[in-house]
Design a protein around this ligand. Structure first.
Ligand code: ATP
Length: 390
């Protein structure tokens, strides 16, 4: 088991591709951390840097406080599991699982004990005499996981291990991997580009783009309080709607926008409304009057917030798509098309007039230039039913 610390780690390949840029991160011992981001954002490179298969161009990597930056993979004692399973086709399942232990010249009774224990944990005892070619994808990945476990590594590195499997098998193996993590209590770093998988599995999620760490937080934090337009639109399905707007002060207290307690308004599809007082800008409000911003509203956040003065958007349904439990509605208001969702029992058809409430606690305000979040998050207000309201 190990705590991993990355300090200002960068990796530039010979072709001048900057795969990882100045990334600092501490992964506590025993955490299940997910690296999430689009293809090419540097997830695999980061994993390979931790494993020792790649060396950083700059920065340091520590395992339990010990500088491992220049160390080869072996002393790091990490186990990797890949999308491709990487099993030896000519060996039985038993021999595949035993392979890393045989290479260490471990005694045969200890090998047998560990292989049987791992096979039991992965529920594959009945497969031990078979060869990989007669196994399903899900069974092969269970074997690959068993082979990783027997080494008793200090860290598990999993690189999109479920991408080759069908939806049902993916779901099943997610549970298997989470149970394994709970049982072993070892640090897991799990790479995926699938945000649903990340939300379901990670105790924390690292969102990456173009080699840069965009945001790190619990699944709830990154969903509720995206730090940038990128995170807001990458996490959540259907995707967050974006609208151009401008900030304006409402002089609720004397002294204008600079005064403590000044309130701000934004305009959404022709409707100007006040943001809750608690959602004031992070920075010096002096620069906010007339500031161009991007508003992010998730399709599911056109909903009641319990406030009698809640603003509404008058819209028209353009397209209605049933998606199992919900209806995805493409709507239009003030010349702008956007998406909203309703439950599938709502009788809505194209051409219907809609009166959509806007939950002002869930309207995300991003700087139009930097695309970074501008206004404070007020988590408790989002979940009044939890009794956490301030
Ligand atoms: P994917 O989800 O598609 O696997 P990723 O987020 O894991 O993508 P990486 O595989 O880490 O991304 O690649 C990050 C960038 O570094 C890409 O532009 C890739 O082409 C480049 N890259 C990766 N490995 C090398 C290499 N050995 N030499 C040169 N460039 C590389």
């Amino acid at each position: 088991m190990a705590e991993i610390r990355l300090e200002n780690v960068s990796k530039t390949f010979n072709n001048n591709v900057k795969a990882v840029r100045d990334l600092s991160l501490t992964i506590p011992d025993g955490e299940f951390l997910v690296l999430l981001g689009p293809s090419g954002c540097g997830k695999t490179t980061l994993l390979r840097l931790v494993s020792g298969l790649e060396k950083p161009t700059e920065g340091r990597i520590f395992f339990d406080g010990v500088d491992m930056t220049e160390q080869e993979p072996m002393p790091r004692n990490v186990a990797m599991v890949f999308q491709s399973y990487a099993l030896y086709p000519h060996l039985t399942v038993y021999k595949n699982i035993a392979f890393p232990l045989k290479s260490k010249h471990m005694k045969s009774d200890e090998i047998d004990r560990r292989v049987m224990e791992a096979a039991k944990a992965l529920d594959i005892e009945y497969l031990l005499n078979r060869r990989p070619r007669v196994l399903s994808g899900g069974q092969r990945q269970r074997v690959a996981l068993a082979r990783a476990i027997v080494r008793e590594p200090s860290v598990f590195l999993l690189d999109e291990p479920l991408s080759n499997l069908d939806v049902k098998m993916r779901q099943e193996l997610r549970e298997v991997i989470l149970n394994l993590h709970e049982k072993l209590g070892t640090t897991f770093i799990y790479v995926t580009h699938d945000q649903t998988e990340a939300m379901q599995m990670g105790s924390r999620i690292v969102v990456m783009n173009s080699g840069l760490l965009q945001q790190i937080g619990s699944p709830q934090e990154v969903y509720n309080y995206p730090a940038s337009v990128f995170t807001g639109t990458f996490i959540g399905a259907p995707k967050m709607n974006l609208f151009a707007s401008r900030m304006k002060s409402i002089n609720t207290v004397s002294g204008g926008p600079e005064a403590k307690g000044a309130q701000w308004s934004v305009s959404l599809m022709g409707n100007r409304f006040a943001l809750p007082l608690e959602r004031a800008p992070y920075d010096d409000p002096e620069f906010f009057e007339g500031k161009p911003v991007i508003l992010g509203v998730r399709p599911e956040d056109f909903k009641e917030d319990g406030d009698p003065d809640q603003p509404y958007i008058e819209a028209k349904a353009v397209k209605v798509v049933p998606m199992g439990a919900s209806l995805h509605i493409e709507a239009e208001a003030n010349g702008k098309t956007f998406l909203t969702v309703r439950d599938n029992h709502t009788p809505i058809e194209p051409g219907d007039e809609l009166k959509l409430p806007v939950n002002r606690w869930c309207v995300h305000v991003f700087d139009a230039l930097s695309e970074k979040a501008l206004c404070k998050s007020v988590y408790k207000k989002l979940r009044p039913e939890s009794g956490e309201q301030s």
